[in-house]
Design a protein around this ligand. Sequence first.
Ligand SMILES: CC(C)(COP(=O)(O)OP(=O)(O)OC[C@H]1O[C@@H](n2cnc3c(N)ncnc32)[C@H](O)[C@@H]1OP(=O)(O)O)[C@@H](O)C(=O)NCCC(=O)NCCS
Length: 181
Amino acid sequence: MSGTRVQETSVELAQIMTPNEGNFLGKVFGGAVLAMIDLCASATAQKFSGRLCVTAAFDRVDFREPIEIGELLTIRGHISYTGRTSMDVTINVFATNLANGERRHTNTARVTMVALGDDGRPTPVPALECEAREEKIGFLMGRLRRELRASRLAELEKHELRFDSATDAELSAWMAGAPIS
Ligand SMILES: CC(C)(COP(=O)(O)OP(=O)(O)OC[C@H]1O[C@@H](n2cnc3c(N)ncnc32)[C@H](O)[C@@H]1OP(=O)(O)O)[C@@H](O)C(=O)NCCC(=O)NCCS
């Protein structure tokens, strides 16, 4: 076996949500959660690679339920996929009601981080050792997301060119609900 085992890559951050993190509805502001996710992803990637790392991309983040002011937010990250110089950090977010101990899994996010060398350019990351079946599936899902990202971008660009060259009548038809794909 070579490389760092997935479970050795984990990093956990925890913070009580104060009114400073609140939105106009008195719940936790989504941007505050994203900032903590980014911070945890950065710490996880730097611990694994031993390098300064930058955020290259956020995969989709869904906010399934509100987080209350006063709850303890726990953000747990681990490396789930490695490329040559990039890493996917899988982040799980939990909110705990400290009064009754009830804990909810509120978000899952995947963040692509890139390791930088002393010259400030992307530099290779160490190998990741996936032992458990779920770790292997997590790795393969990361590879798949990377492959799909390229084809999805190409597809979106193709449609944008199509919209650019469409007539006003065609644009009106699509705006009225005609299928576009
Ligand atoms: C991320 C960054 C270092 C990549 O630099 P680059 O010159 O494009 O480098 P490369 O083309 O060699 O790509 C390096 C790796 O990043 C990955 N990558 C680059 N852009 C990416 C993106 N948008 N999404 C996912 N992965 C990306 C590449 O696939 C490659 O991975 P691999 O080595 O594992 O195959 C550069 O775009 C950058 O500095 N971005 C700004 C980062 C930043 O400031 N983040 C904070 C924003 S608030």
